[in-house]
Design a protein around this ligand. Structure first.
Ligand code: FA5
Ligand code: MG
Length: 453
C-alpha cells in the first residue's frame, strides 16, 4: 500500500508524456508544473548551457567507443529505476515523498542509471554516454529543482573478445592510449576498504578490479580537468584581476547499490570541496542479469546543471528553465566554438520578499476520516515544498525551516518556514507576493491538513 503522502483529490485518470498515455493510480503524485517540463529536453536545445555542458563532457569520450543515447524517455518502471540496480525493497529513494510516481510500477526516472541494465543488455558498443532529464522531489533553493539533467557513462570489456583472453592486459593497453594530465589528484582513502567498499572477489581478481578502477579514474579525471580548465580560461578572459589557482581534485569513497568499489570525485572550487560525480566498478549482477556475464567495467553519473553553474557562473538553477532572451542570448554561438565560452552576466536581481508561515501539525492521525492529515509521523518536508512550488512556481527562490518546537503539554509540534518570493524576471508588487503567500497558506491547510497559527 502507498505510504501516506500528499492526497490527490484531483488525480487525472490518465496522463500523457511525450505522446504516450499512462494510466494513473493512487500512487500518482506528479504536479502539472513538473509534467509540463518533460518535453523541454534542455540537454538537446541548441546553445543552452545544459547542452553546451553535455558537449564539453562528450568531447572527452570518443564516439567510436562511447555510443550516445540522448533520447531515452523519462518514464521508466520501478524495475528499471530501482530493482535492476539492486536497490533493496525498503530503500528510502523509493518513497513517494522522494520520487514522482505515475502509478505503482511506473515513475519519472530519478537518475540516468535507470537505463544501465537495458543498455548493457543491448551491448551495442564498448561504452556509452546517456544524457537525460531526471526528476526528484526535493527541497527548494538556488541549487535544487525538481527536474535536472544527468549524464551517465560506462566502459565495458568482454573477456571473450580481448587478445589471449587477458582482460587485465587489454584494460591497461586501453589506459595507455589515454592522454595524461598534470593535475594534483588526492586519493586519501585506502583503495578498497573491505567492508565499506569491497572488491567483488567472487567475480573479479584483485588485478582485474584494479585495472578497471585505474581506467575509470584516469578517464574521469581527464573530463574534469577539461571542464575546469575551460571554466578558468573563461574567468581569465573576462576578469582582469583573475588569479589562477592550481586545480585540485580528490577521490572519496562512496556507496551505490550498483557499483563496488564506488567513489565520488570532488573538486576544490572557491574554497570548498564540491561533489561532481559518482562512479564505480559495475556490480557483476548487472551484467549477469543482462545476459552479458562475460563483461566487466565501470560506470559514472554526473549532474549537468551543477557543472554548468560552475562553467558559466550561473547563480540560480531556475535560470536554466527561463525563456527570457536576457538569459538565452548570452550563450548564442558558444555551441559552435567552445573556446568562446563566457561567464553569465546576471541581469539585475529583483528585490526579495520574505514571508513566514507557522502552523501546527496534527497530533494524531485520527482526524475524522480525513486522509489529508499531517502529523508528527507523516509530515514530509517535500510535500510542503511542492505546495509552495504549485502555487508560486519559479517565483519561489527558496524555502527554509526557520523554527520548530513541540508544545510541552499537548505534545503538538509547531513549524515555521520562511519563503523567499523573488521573480527572476521582474519586481513583485506587494499585492502579488501577498496573494502567493495567502494561496500557499490555504494550500498547506487543504493538502497537508495543518492548522495555521
Ligand atoms: C546518482 O544519481 C547515481 N546514479 C550516480 C552513479 C552512476 C553512480 C553510475 C555510480 C555509477 P547521485 O544522486 O549522487 O548519484 O547523483 C549523481 C550526481 O548528480 C551528483 O554527483 C551531482 O553532480 C548530481 N546531482 C545529484 N542531485 C542533484 C540535485 N538535486 N541537483 C543538481 N545536481 C544533482
Ligand atoms: Mg551523491
Amino acid at each position: 500500500p502507498p505510504p501516506p503522502s500528499t492526497p490527490n483529490s484531483s488525480r487525472p485518470a490518465t496522463i500523457e508524456v511525450n505522446g504516450k498515455t499512462y494510466t494513473t493510480d493512487e500512487w500518482y503524485n506528479v504536479p502539472q508544473t513538473v509534467l509540463a517540463l518533460t518535453g523541454r529536453k534542455l540537454h538537446l536545445q541548441k546553445d543552452h548551457p545544459v547542452a553546451i555542458t553535455r558537449q564539453i563532457i562528450e568531447s572527452k569520450f570518443p564516439t567510436a567507443t562511447y555510443k550516445r543515447y540522448n533520447e531515452f524517455d523519462p518514464v521508466v518502471s520501478t524495475i528499471q529505476n530501482f530493482d535492476s540496480l539492486g536497490f533493496p525493497p525498503d530503500h528510502v529513494g523509493r518513497a513517494r515523498s522522494d520520487t514522482y510516481y505515475i502509478n505503482e510500477t511506473t515513475l519519472l526516472r530519478t537518475h540516468t542509471s535507470a537505463h544501465q541494465a537495458d543498455t548493457f543488455r543491448a551491448s551495442a558498443s564498448d561504452g556509452y554516454l546517456i544524457s537525460a532529464d531526471v526528476y526528484r522531489r526535493d527541497e527548494v533553493d538556488r541549487s535544487h529543482y525538481p527536474v535536472f539533467h544527468q549524464m551517465e557513462g560506462a566502459r565495458v570489456w568482454d573477456r571473450t573478445k580481448v587478445p589471449n583472453g587477458d582482460v587485465v592486459a587489454a584494460i591497461y593497453a586501453d589506459l595507455a592510449k589515454l592522454p595524461t594530465h598534470d593535475v594534483k589528484v588526492e586519493d586519501p582513502n585506502p583503495p578498497h576498504h573491505p567492508e565499506r567498499n569491497p572488491l567483488q572477489s567472487e567475480h573479479h581478481t584483485p588485478e582485474e578490479a584494479e585495472a578497471v578502477a585505474a581506467h575509470l579514474k584516469r578517464s574521469l579525471e581527464l573530463m574534469v580537468v577539461e571542464i575546469f580548465t575551460r571554466a578558468k580560461q573563461a574567468a581569465a578572459r573576462q576578469d582582469p584581476n583573475y588569479v589562477d589557482e592550481p586545480l585540485r581534485v580528490r577521490w572519496v569513497e562512496a556507496y551505490f547499490p550498483f557499483t563496488s568499489p564506488s567513489w565520488e570525485l570532488e573538486v576544490y572550487y572557491q574554497g570548498d570541496w564540491l561533489e561532481v560525480l559518482g562512479c564505480g566498478v559495475c556490480k557483476q549482477e548487472l551484467f549477469i542479469n543482462a545476459d552479458q556475464p562475460q563483461q566487466l567495467g565501470w560506470a559514472f553519473g554526473i549532474g549537468l546543471e551543477r557543472i554548468a553553474m560552475l562553467l558559466f557562473q550561473i547563480p540560480d538553477i531556475r535560470l536554466f528553465w527561463s525563456k527570457d532572451e536576457r538569459f538565452l542570448s548570452q550563450f548564442t554561438g558558444v555551441q559552435d566554438g567552445l573556446d568562446k565560452l563566457k561567464r553569465f552576466v546576471p541581469f539585475s536581481k529583483y528585490p526579495a520578499c520574505w514571508k513566514d508561515v507557522s502552523f501546527w501539525l496534527r497530533s494524531t492521525s485520527a482526524a475524522g476520516g480525513n486522509t489529508a492529515v499531517a502529523n508528527v509521523h507523516d509530515f514530509h518536508e517535500n510535500d510542503l515544498m511542492e505546495v509552495v512550488r504549485d502555487v508560486a512556481g519559479d517565483v519561489v527562490e527558496d524555502v527554509q525551516l526557520k523554527d520548530q518546537f513541540t508544545h510541552p503539554k499537548t505534545g503538538r509540534k509547531s513549524m515555521c518556514y520562511r519563503i523567499n518570493y523573488r521573480s527572476l524576471e521582474k519586481t513583485l508588487t506587494n499585492e502579488e507576493a501577498n496573494d502567493f503567500h495567502e494561496r500557499v497558506r490555504q494550500g498547506l491547510v487543504e493538502k497537508l491538513g495543518v492548522e495555521l497559527r
